[in-house]
Design a protein around this ligand. Structure first.
Ligand SMILES: Cc1ncc(C[n+]2csc(CCOP(=O)(O)OP(=O)(O)O)c2C)c(N)n1
Ligand SMILES: [Mg+2]
Length: 311
C-alpha cells in the first residue's frame, strides 16, 4: 500500500495521473488490521481515499494503476479514476465521492447478505468528517434495529479536508456516537496493527453470529495533505512528526524482527518483490489503451446480469 501510493504521488507530479487523488499514507495499519480478519466473500465499501482498500481486498496493482491512468484495463474500466475503484470479483464496492454516501450503501449490502441467509459481513469505512452526515445516524439506527452484519469503521485521521475534529464537534470521542443506538462501539489505536486486528476480530465474530453491527473509531493519521493540491497548513510540523514517530510500518517491522518471525533479509526480498509489482503496474498502465468512446454509457446503470448479490 505504502509503495504503491508513493509511486502514485510521483506519477501525479509528472501529470501521468490527473484529476482528484487522495493518498492513504500513514493510515495503513487500519487496512492491514481490518482486512486481515475478513475473507474473500465479505465485502468492503469506502469513500474516495480508496487505493489501499482495493489493494488489500485483492484487486491487483495493475488494475488499480491502470484505473488512475484512465485506461480500459483499470478496475472500473478507466471511467472511475482514483476515487472510484470497484471490483465485483473482489467484492470491493467502491470508492464513493459523496462524503458519507457509502454508509447507507454498506448497510444495504449487509441487509442483502442477511436476507440471503449467509454469514458474510460488510465493512463500511468512513472518515471523521462523514460521521457528521445525517445518513450516518439514520444508518446506525436501522443497522442496529435489524442487527445487520456490518462493521462501521470510522478512520479518524483528525481532519476533514482542513477542518480538525475539534472544530466540528463538542464531543471528541466519535465512538460514543454508537452508544445512542446501544451499538457495541470502541476506540482503537490505529497506529497499532495488532490492536486493530483484535478489535475487528471481535466485531466480525459478532456480526457472523447474527448479533449485529459494531462501530469502531480507529484513530489514525494521514501524512500527506487531504488531496494532491493541499499544502496542509492547518496543522503543525510537530504534530505530523509525532505520528510519523509511531509509523505502523516501522513498529510492525520491529516487532516481527524482535520476535524472530522474519529477518532483515526476508524484508529486503519482500521490498524488492513489491517494487517489481509496482513498477510493472506502471508499465501495464502506460501500455494499456484508453476506453473507446462507445464505452461512455456502459456500466452507468445496472446491467441485467450485474448485481452480484442476486447471482
Ligand atoms: C456531501 C459532500 N460534502 C462535501 C464534500 C467535499 N469533501 C470532500 S472530502 C471532504 C472531507 C471528508 O473528510 P473525512 O470524512 O474525515 O475523510 P478523509 O478525507 O479524512 O479520509 C469534504 C468535505 C463531498 N465530497 N461530499
Ligand atoms: Mg478525516
Amino acid at each position: 500500500m505504502r509503495k504503491f501510493e508513493e509511486k502514485t504521488g510521483q506519477l501525479y507530479g509528472q501529470q501521468k495521473i490527473r484529476g482528484f487523488c487522495h493518498l492513504y499514507i500513514g493510515q495503513e495499519a487500519v487496512m492491514a488490521g481490518t482486512m486481515s480478519v475478513i475473507g474473500a466473500e465479505d465485502s468492503v465499501i469506502t469513500a474516495y481515499r480508496d487505493h489501499a482498500h482495493a489493494l488489500a481486498k485483492g484487486v491487483s496493482a495493475n488494475e488499480c494503476m491502470a484505473e488512475m491512468f484512465g485506461k480500459i484495463t483499470g478496475c472500473s474500466k478507466g471511467k472511475g479514476g482514483s476515487m472510484h475503484f470497484f471490483s465485483k470479483e473482489h467484492k470491493m464496492m467502491g470508492g464513493h465521492g459523496i462524503v458519507g454516501g457509502q454508509i447507507p450503501l454498506g448497510a444495504g449490502i449487509a441487509f442483502a447478505e442477511k436476507y440471503l441467509g449467509n454469514t458474510n459481513v460488510n465493512v463500511c469505512y468512513m472518515g471523521d468528517g462523514a460521521v457528521r452526515q445525517g445518513a450516518f445516524n439514520e444508518t446506525l439506527n436501522m443497522a442496529m434495529t435489524w442487527k445487520l452484519p456490518v462493521i462501521f469503521v470510522c478512520e479518524n485521521n483528525g481532519y476533514a479536508m482542513g477542518t480538525s475534529v475539534a472544530r466540528t464537534t463538542n464531543m471528541m470521542d466519535i465512538y460514543k456516537m454508537g452508544h445512542g443506538f446501544d451499538m457495541p462501539s470502541a476506540p482503537v489505536d490505529g497506529m497499532d496493527v495488532v490492536a486493530v486486528h483484535n478489535a475487528m476480530d471481535e466485531a466480525v465474530q459478532r456480526a457472523r453470529a447474527g448479533e449485529g453491527p459494531t462501530f469502531l473509531e480507529i484513530r489514525t493519521y494521514r501524512y500527506k495533505g487531504h488531496s494532491m493540491s493541499d499544502p496542509a497548513k492547518y496543522r503543525t510540523k510537530e504534530e505530523l512528526e509525532e505520528f510519523k514517530g509511531r509509523d505502523p510500518l516501522l513498529s510492525t517491522k520491529a516487532a516481527i524482527v524482535e520476535n524472530k518471525y522474519a529477518d532483515d533479509a526476508w524484508f529486503a526480498e519482500v521490498d524488492a518483490e513489491i517494487k517489481k509489482i509496482v513498477d510493472e503496474s506502471v508499465k501495464f498502465a502506460e501500455e494499456s489503451e484508453y476506453p473507446d468512446a462507445s464505452e461512455i454509457y456502459k456500466d452507468v446503470y445496472v446491467q441485467e446480469d450485474y448485481p452480484f448479490i442476486m447471482d
